[in-house]
Design a protein around this ligand. Structure first.
Ligand code: GLA
Length: 729
């Protein structure tokens, strides 16, 4: 029987596949992996009474006589939070320095009477018309040199000092008024930082940013290799703001500049808020781009916040279960903490090519999956569509007549369920001893020059994530996705880096020390090709990790067809039809103790019999390099092998279609399981011991239940159960 000690020290692993009930026994017995691990390093906001349910509400769009009816409907749906104000600048400051907050006072007070707390948005994503007409220099300029006009949102220049001063003014007024309001629990800065500006003043700031970074032009010219195409700069003012491509060093630094500029845009507001608000109010921003956009470095921007929140939309189609799991884990990795879903769709959106609705039950399953992966609040966008404005077709909870839409009862059910699980969920988080490594420098470096247009990084990450998440799930754990340059790595047993393209000397030293101390590191294709200036590493891949790996990449190839993979002496037990596609690197050991785990078979081709994967023991751990993208069965096999070697049981698989998400309290003593049937048919699982289903209904069909005396739980399509061990108070 596997036990906690085995999980922690990697010994006594069972060789035979345990049955599924055995597996679930592990979930019950293992109070597990050191729970304090990766969540203790930031100033963390803990959401009281999580999970919270709510919506974006826009009282400024409706007659005040309507507010009470809206809030009463929300209360009946068990809402505990609304986000308001993030687009209400013209209502708060109708003309310069003339403020009107009485309506907002009344809206917040009325929400309190309905037991609904408020997150206040600073309205800086949508400056009012008086501002943009009086100060047109605050309007952003796009890549083609066109200045934005009023009539949309996001029309401001993020770097403009005057705009920032005007933002600080309105934020100061709000903070003075609501910074100690007991019904305001937090602040959202702006809304989905999105558009950069390409105006002349921003270009000058970019040049100044480079000057501070490189100190001398000779240094910049050397790192960017500007001798190429006669790009050498002899004055800082010659350096362009790259709108349409350019030198890879310049492009990577522009991403750094965009990150720094949004960070200082945000900091301007944090610094205004912080001295005027109570320490119990959190500061966040809602991150858009479906979490994956790479306009700026999300680890850097969220480092200055108390709480991460993101906007989780499915858009066209239906819930993609592994992808949504991965995106939530990705978001959790930004600060290695639980997070909020600040916006999600009540059925449908208005911006996809086809704005279909999620099926009945799917909106609820999506919310529970988010909670299972670390969400502490779910807020819908939006409560009710404005009668006019650009988003009339977006999904909403009530219709234009103010009466509930068909989605309302499903969200109401969710609200009732959230109230039932609160005490069990308090202080719990997903827990991981496996991490995927991800950095924005690597993302940017590859996307600037993909070399094969089929090398899609989200898909590559998902391909690696799926088997690892399955391994983690069957051990009662989760997968973290973290930036290795800043994250503590000590509590992980296995690190997998699918496309860690940029590895500098500092990161290489950190990873090498971690491996020597007993960690297991699997580098994926394209790792270590570049340094932090987006220059080619002269050692070839994986750059400064070549001495640790005892091998290097001889040549990389973009594949226009698949090639066969074999494992010498079949140590990986590969199927005969194993293949690799899209990308292939031929490796070459440079150290006698580096072993070859995989080879390509490519008759008459460059890759024939070249190593595709190598491994070397280093100190108490090992380091491997996989130079290609294998088919899913082969990748599953490789990753299970890697996990097993790292002391993580990978011999069992979690069941298809039913997802088990485990959250554990900080002291490791309490846990709960969120079980979701993502299939379209009723299905059952048998548990090894007795749990209580906190969502158990007394009446209705015999589904969605766990009887007190049996251990089989039957869930209908999209059914959810929240289980706590029977012995747990
Ligand atoms: C974004 C914005 C919201 C709204 C929604 C619609 O997430 O933050 O204001 O426009 O999209 O899906």
């Amino acid at each position: 029987m596997l036990n906690a000690s085995a999980l922690q020290h990697g010994v006594a692993l069972p060789r035979a596949f345990p049955s599924y009930p055995q597996l679930l026994a592990f979930l019950l017995i293992i109070p597990l992996i050191n729970a304090t691990a990766t969540y203790a390093q930031n100033r963390a906001y803990t959401t009281p009474n999580a999970p919270l349910l709510g919506a974006a509400w826009y009282p400024e769009q409706w007659p005040e006589s309507r507010w009470d009816a809206d809030l009463a409907l929300m209360e009946q749906a068990h809402f505990s939070v609304v986000r308001i104000g993030e687009f209400a600048w013209s209502a708060m400051e109708p003309s310069e320095n003339h403020y009107e907050f009485a309506w907002l006072d009344r809206a917040i007070a009325l929400a309190a009477r309905h037991h609904i707390a408020v997150v206040l948005g600073t309205p800086t994503d949508a400056p009012p018309a008086w501002l943009t007409s009086q100060y047109p220099q605050t309007l952003r300029v796009d890549e083609s040199g066109n200045r934005a006009q009023h009539g949309n949102r996001r029309q401001f220049s993020y770097s403009n000092p005057l705009y920032r001063r005007l933002c600080a003014d309105i934020v100061r007024q709000m903070a003075r008024r609501y910074g100690h309001n007991p019904n305001v629990i937090g602040w959202q800065i702006g809304n989905e930082y999105t558009d950069e500006s390409f105006d002349a003043a921003t270009r000058a700031q970019f040049q100044q940013f480079l000057h501070e970074k490189y100190k001398t032009l000779a240094n910049l010219n050397a790192h960017w290799t500007t001798a190429y195409w006669s790009q050498t700069y002899s004055a800082w003012s010659q350096i362009p703001l790259p709108a349409h491509g350019g030198n890879p060093g310049l492009l990577l630094d522009h991403k750094h500049f965009v990150t720094a500029t949004w960070r200082s845009f945000q900091k301007n507001q944090i610094d205004t808020l912080r001295p005027l608000i109570t320490s119990s109010q959190f500061i966040t921003t809602n991150i858009g781009g479906l979490a994956w956009s790479d306009n700026w470095d999300h680890y850097a921007i969220t480092a200055d916040l108390d709480l991460v929140s993101w906007d989780n939309y499915v858009g066209q189609g239906h819930l993609d279960v592994p992808k949504n799991a991965m995106l939530n884990d990705f978001v959790r990795g930004w600060r290695r903490q639980n997070f909020w879903v600040m916006e999600t769709q009540p059925g449908s959106v208005n911006w996809a090519p086809v704005n279909n609705a999620l099926s009945p039950g799917e909106t609820r399953a999506l919310a529970w999956q988010d909670v299972g992966h670390g969400a502490d609040a779910i807020l819908y966008w939006q409560w009710r569509s404005a009668l006019n404005g650009q988003e009339q077709y977006h999904g909403a909870i009530v219709g234009p007549d103010g009466k509930p839409n068909p989605i309302y009862p499903e969200i109401q059910q969710l609200g009732a369920e959230f109230t039932k699980v609160r005490s069990a969920l308090a202080g719990t988080s997903p827990l991981a001893n496996i991490a995927l490594l991800h950095t924005y420098d690597s993302r940017w470096a590859i996307d600037l020059q993909p070399h094969n247009r089929n090398y899609e990084q989200q898909q590559v990450l998902l391909d690696f994530y799926k088997p690892l998440e399955n391994i983690a799930e069957s051990n009662g754990g989760s997968v973290d996705i973290v930036d290795p340059t800043t994250a503590q790595l000590n509590n992980y047993k296995l690190l997998v880096a699918p496309s860690l393209n940029v590895i500098d000397d500092t990161l290489a030293a950190k990873l090498t020390a971690w491996v020597k101390a007993g960690g297991h590191l699997l580098l994926g294709p394209r790792s270590g090709m570049k340094d932090q200036f987006n220059s080619l590493n002269q050692q070839r891949q994986p750059g400064p990790l070549v001495p640790s790996l005892g091998a290097r990449v001889e040549q990389y190839y973009a594949l226009d067809r698949s090639v066969q993979l074999v494992s010498p002496s079949n140590s990986l037990h590969l199927a005969a039809d194993s293949t690799a596609a899209i990308w292939a690197e031929a490796l070459s050991p440079v150290s006698s103790d580096t072993s070859v785990n995989l080879e390509y078979i490519d008759p008459q081709g460059w890759l024939d019999h070249q190593p595709a994967m190598v491994t070397r023991s280093l100190g108490n751990g090992w380091i491997s390099y996989l130079g290609t993208l294998p088919d899913s069965a082969t990748l599953d096999r490789i990753l299970r092998h890697a996990a097993q070697d790292a002391g993580i049981d990978s011999t069992s698989a979690s069941p298809n279609g039913i997802e088990l998400c485990r959250r554990v309290s900080g002291d490791g003593r309490r846990s709960l399981l969120i079980v979701i049937n993502h299939t379209s048919k009723t299905d059952s699982i048998t548990l090894p011991a007795r749990y209580r289903n906190l969502l158990r209904r007394q009446e209705g069909p015999p589904t969605d239940r766990l009887s007190a005396t049996e251990t089989t739980i039957t869930l209908p399509a999209q059914g959810v159960a929240v289980l706590v061990p029977e012995a747990q108070p």
